[in-house]
Design a protein around this ligand. Sequence first.
Ligand SMILES: [Zn+2]
Length: 216
Amino acid sequence: MTALDVDWSLLQAKDVTRKERLSSDDPVSELDGPVLAKGCDQVCTECEAKLVTGATPTHSLANNLWIGELPWQLKGHTWAEKMMIAKVRHNRCVVRVASGRGKLVANAIMFATPIRKVYNVLPLSCDELSEVLAFVFLGSAKPTGEDFVRTPMFVRRQRVKDALDWLKLNHRDYHTLETSDANLIDLPEEGIPCGVEWKKTEEGESNLVPEAMSVD
Ligand SMILES: [Zn+2]
């Protein structure tokens, strides 16, 4: 890539990147140099053609497409944990988890809401969560902690807190977000966030969700 004779300032951009902040004492600053993905040392012919004519390629990170590397604080969240940290919500959801013959099958139905909701306080409170999410567990026995770990509804309080702390420091849309300690404390250390409706089905009952009964 260094062999390419192009004007590298074409890949420099203001207000596009941001240096990771580890504490609120760190200044808000941008990365130095051209905006490139980590380890990137190749260019496709399409971008090269743009660069040699002196234009910033449309699909270059410098063209407002940079999001940076995903930090560990934002990796590996369950579906429910993601709901807890999302600032914008434009759907409601019903999740049904059916348990049968040692197998769990989850179905989720999403409904679009006409007006999107923007949260200024996170994580969601129990009431707010129940406005956008209903969770039903079908099974012959009351769900156990072990069952919950296997569902997308599993929430770990610390993982939610780590993500929100990182976003507040590093994501401009979360800068003014208020983290509610009360809502955080309401979350289980490890478990299911709010009331779960449990519907008993008889052992061997045939009206279970068919996928839960199959033996593949
Ligand atoms: Zn390209």
